[in-house]
Write a protein that binds this ligand. Structure first.
Ligand code: ADP
Ligand code: GLC
Length: 485
């Protein structure tokens, strides 16, 4: 099968969060199954440093903008990555524009979607499936069913929309989108496949025009049918239930593996964990300068690596983690950036508890790997979590996730049973500080008892959430669609 994947993010090229990881891991999984993935992304300003990008002679005009196509590949693979150069749209800092997004994100992502089709025409490729990811590329779906419906190259092409996060929907200005797409819709038409509550909504449009919708975990696929987690679209998801399924994300263990992770120096395996002990010590030394508290086993180290948004549930820490730090029961290592509220909070507790809390603001690939590899516990108290990848990465390194029982966290983390010694993490259900505190206290107790902590670590390290399994399920879903036609 030829599968065209278009995304706003792609690991190694442009990353904000897990969307990048999966946009890169899925094509690898498909290629390993002998399919032919093709990836297309914008050539953002941050991508210019790469040497392995070549110009092509492909150029087209979309919405009066000149778009030039460059070509690269996913590292250590032959998977083609096409990059769209259009300085008016993409030659600026970041990917989305913070904090509220660039005003012309409608045009930036519409051009990406339209260019995906024009590129296929230039290359004379007929994809079997077009794989869209989140609202940014959701407009591939109406383009397939309207603009390119009669084009001979796309007569048998199926459109599949993966939902990584239904909260971001792409509410675009009706007039602007009408002007550059030429799609016809009438305001106040409650049946319009484009308009949700009278406003153009990219995700809603993608849902309506797709052949299938995949949520990034079975748990999230169920949750988005409910008012609590559907981000206003629960009725829309219910109406489209016949084409909705959940496929759990997976991990590229080529990148996230304690035995050969290129971002860490002390490697280890499930049989010989001495590298973790050493790495943990070096991590603490690099982040804290007080020697006296550096006894490697003295206090459990809790790690956080995250975007800071309301989704991640860090407000729950505000009433509980300070007490743990004040009582010198734990050390906390935080890496992340985002909403000022959380950045200020972590800066404040770092200042209040020197030697016990370290906060690094920003995005740092290497430090992210080191925290995930060498901490004892990894905190994810999410309000909602469509899948979550960091809990999966953490487990591979024997770093025990403490998670709220929601979405993909619920699907992947089983609470540790101290009698039967089964389970791979510590979970809590209620979205309250007291529930989180109970989970943290449980973690501290388990950490103090090696006959519990060791089997828990082994259980976590044994888990296999490989992208291979995810890729197989996507292909099964694509094949079902193709058979149906
Ligand atoms: P989300 O996509 O909601 O942010 P995921 O758990 O699916 O959450 O994926 C997050 C990805 O982003 C992981 O690869 C994680 O390591 C990475 N990440 C998050 N914050 C940072 C950061 N500050 N520095 C480096 N990597 C980060
Ligand atoms: C989104 C979700 C996260 C998921 C990721 C990759 O960013 O917030 O839960 O793991 O996409 O699918």
């Amino acid at each position: 099968m030829i599968i065209l994947l278009a995304s706003a993010e792609l690991d190694h090229f442009a990353k904000v969060g897990g969307l990048a990881d999966i946009s890169a891991a899925l094509p690898r999984g498909w290629a390993d199954l002998s399919h032919e993935p093709i990836v297309i992304i914008p050539k953002y300003q941050c991508i210019t440093d790469f040497t392995e990008i070549h110009s092509t002679n492909i150029e087209f005009t979309i919405c009066n903008l000149s778009v030039r196509v460059f070509k690269s590949h996913l590292p250590e693979s032959t998977i083609s990555v096409y990059l769209l150069e259009c300085d008016e749209l993409y030659d600026r800092p970041g990917i989305y524009g913070n904090p509220d997004g660039y005003e012309d994100n409608d045009l930036r992502f519409y051009v990406l979607c339209k260019a995906a089709f024009e590129l296929m025409i230039e290359l004379n490729i007929s994809p079997d499936v077009i794989s869209a990811h989140d609202y940014h590329t959701a407009l591939l779906m109406p383009l397939l069913k309207i603009d390119y419906a009669r084009h001979p190259q796309f007569l048998n092409t199926k459109g599949v929309l993966t939902i990584h996060n239904a909260q971001y929907q792409g509410w675009y200005d009706n007039e602007r989108i009408r002007e550059f797409s030429h799609w016809e819709f009438i305001e106040k038409d409650s049946h319009s496949p484009f308009l949700f509550h009278d406003h153009f909504n990219a995700l809603y449009s993608g849902i309506n025009f797709s052949d299938a919708i995949i949520a990034v975990s079975p748990g999230y696929a169920n949750e988005i049918l409910t008012e609590e987690y559907g981000a206003g679209l629960h009725e829309v998801f219910n109406n489209n239930r016949h084409k909705l399924s959940g496929i759990l994300n997976g991990v590229n263990y080529g990148l996230w593996n304690p035995s050969d992770d290129c971002h860490i120096n002390q490697h280890f395996t499930i049989l010989d964990k001495s590298g973790k002990v050493q790495g943990r010590k070096f991590l603490l030394q690099s982040l804290f300068d007080d020697e006296k508290d550096l006894l490697p086993d003295s206090l459990p180290v809790f790690g956080i690596v995250s975007r800071f948004t309301e989704q991640k549930g860090f407000e729950l820490l505000e009433d509980c983690i300070e007490n743990c730090l004040k009582d010198k029961k734990i050390r906390l290592i935080v890496l992340g950036s985002g909403d000022a509220r959380y950045e200020d909070y972590f800066s404040r507790i770092q200042n209040s508890f020197p030697g016990y809390c370290s906060y690094t603001r920003g995005y740092d690939e290497e430090l992210a790997h080191r925290i995930l590899a060498y901490a004892d516990f990894f905190l994810m108290p999410s309000l909602f979590e469509p899948c979550g990848l960091t809990q999966l990465y953490a487990m591979k390194y024997g770093t025990i996730p403490i998670v709220r029982h929601v979405g993909g966290l619920k699907d992947t983390i089983e609470d540790f049973n101290q009698i039967q010694l089964i389970g791979n993490g510590i979970t809590f259900s209620e979205f309250t500080s007291s529930a989180l505190l109970r989970a943290i206290d449980m973690a501290i107790d388990i950490y103090g008892n090696k006959s519990l902590m060791n089997p828990l670590i082994d259980n976590a390290m044994h888990c296999d959430y490989s992208i291979h399994k995810t890729a197989i399920q996507y292909i099964e879903s694509f094949e079902t669609l193709k058979e149906r036609h």
